[in-house]
Design a protein around this ligand. Structure first.
Ligand SMILES: [Fe+2]
Ligand SMILES: [Fe+2]
Ligand SMILES: [Fe+2]
Ligand SMILES: [Fe+2]
Length: 430
């Protein structure tokens, strides 16, 4: 399918009434978990599209072009409201947070398996294990603070156990800078994969930054602060994969293409008939944005837009359970760390002067909230909140052992011995 040859909805027909913009939300407990992940991701895609055009207009002195950009930008903004407000008010901040981390885990796993560029794939797998650990830490509080069984949100599609422990995600942010692709050699698929993930990570960061304060529980607030900072590192990691030499018109084209591909993929997969129609209509809107961006790109750069986006649609966001894939990465990569020049290393090979040790010592000098979360669960339930088959559940101590750092661990680190004891404690009745 070549999106540029499909029929879009004319821009002047894209303005909606307030009643059309604000649609009936889905239901917290009845909605399919992957309908929720699609809705969360598309919200991130819209926010990215909107924000990109703000940056564009602020740097652009062409009035005629700006008139077009601000009008499309308003549509992106209206789309974002429609998509995000499909969330019901009864869905708590913690519920939504579990949804965000489920997006991060299952989307990243899908992208990694479909990514042809080995370095990009390695970077996706690296980030995957961190978001996987975030899900585990937040799940402790979902049960402790709101008495929520995480599976009410996850529907047993994503495991909840320790990943690469969050206390080890804090780096000298310069080490997170990855090597970027070459814009003239990279496939449209890789570009769309990366932009999709940047959009998801950016909105996750923003969501935590804007909602962490909404809890009276200070330990939970500190956990949001800790993980929010990791999401900032994730945005750094993924955005630096993009070639900064792409022109702004090229970037605009890729943004619209990315939006259209994501809506198409969600439309194709959606089981909720009502939301499926919404994704279909949004796709029609994005096809028109894409055509406008393509016209401007071709006029400015005197080359064909298919040189950038190809002639085939990309499928960047298929959601399905990724337990097997994630378990495999877990068993092999909790000890991995980022080092200089966009490379990766292992805990046992780290230099004693590894820059991230300094950051970790500074932020977790007193305590790591992500470790405290487990201590609090032990106090409350005798063990952690964890959801997986017994083999994976009982391998947590080994995962921790592999991940442990030689030179710095937070003073309240829950050690392997503690995890070994969990196998003798009955699982928490959720
Ligand atoms: Fe949009
Ligand atoms: Fe995360
Ligand atoms: Fe993340
Ligand atoms: Fe758009």
């Amino acid at each position: 399918m070549n999106l540029l040859k499909e029929k879009g909805i004319p821009l002047d027909k894209q303005i909606k009434t307030w009643q059309e913009i604000v649609k009936r939300p889905y239901e917290r407990e009845l909605v399919d978990n992957y309908t929720r992940t699609r809705q969360i991701l598309l919200n991130g895609i819209e926010t990215q599209a909107w924000n990109f055009k703000h940056c564009f207009v602020r740097k652009c002195d062409d009035l005629e072009l700006n008139k077009i950009l601000v009008n499309i930008r308003r549509i992106e903004d209206m789309q974002q409201t429609t998509v995000n407000w499909l969330s019901p008010y009864k869905q708590t901040v913690l519920d939504t947070t579990l949804g965000y981390e489920q997006v991060a885990v299952d989307l990243t796993a899908w992208l990694a398996q479909n990514e042809d560029d080995e370095y990009v794939k390695e970077t996706f797998n690296f980030g995957l294990l961190e978001d996987f650990d975030h899900l585990y830490r937040y799940s402790q509080f979902a049960k402790m603070v709101e008495d929520t069984n995480p599976d009410i949100i996850l529907h047993n599609m994503t495991d909840v156990v320790v990943g690469r422990p969050t206390q080890y995600h804090h780096n000298d942010n310069a080490l997170r800078i990855r090597n970027h692709y070459d814009k003239d050699k990279t496939s449209p698929k890789t570009k769309v994969h990366i932009l999709t993930l940047i959009s998801a990570e950016q909105q996750t960061h923003n969501y935590y930054a804007e909602h962490g304060f909404m809890f009276g529980n200070n330990d939970l607030k500190q956990l949001y602060a800790e993980i929010c900072d990791v999401e900032e590192e994730h945005v750094t990691m993924y955005e630096t994969l993009v070639d900064p030499n792409e022109s702004v018109f090229e970037k605009w084209l890729v943004h619209e293409f990315c939006e259209a591909c994501n809506y198409y993929n969600c439309y194709k997969d959606e089981k909720d008939e009502r939301l499926k129609l919404i994704w279909e209509e949004m796709l029609g809107m994005e096809i028109e944005h894409l055509k406008i961006a393509a016209r401007h790109f071709e006029k400015e750069e005197k080359r064909d837009s298919t040189e950038i986006i190809g002639e085939e649609i990309v499928l960047p966001c298929h959601f399905e359970s990724q337990k097997e894939y994630v378990t495999n990465i877990l068993q092999n990569e909790t000890s991995k760390r980022v080092i200089d020049n966009g490379k990766y290393s292992n805990v046992d090979k780290l230099d004693d002067n590894w820059e991230s040790y300094k950051v970790q010592k500074a932020v977790s000098k007193n305590s790591a909230p992500s470790e405290k979360a487990i201590h609090l669960s032990i106090q409350a339930f005798g063990r952690d909140i964890a959801l997986a088959d017994s083999t994976l559940l009982n391998s947590q101590s080994k995962l921790i052992e592999k991940a442990k750092q030689k030179l710095y661990n937070a003073p309240d680190t829950v050690d392997c011995e503690e995890y070994k004891k969990f196998s003798k404690v009955k699982e928490v009745d959720l």
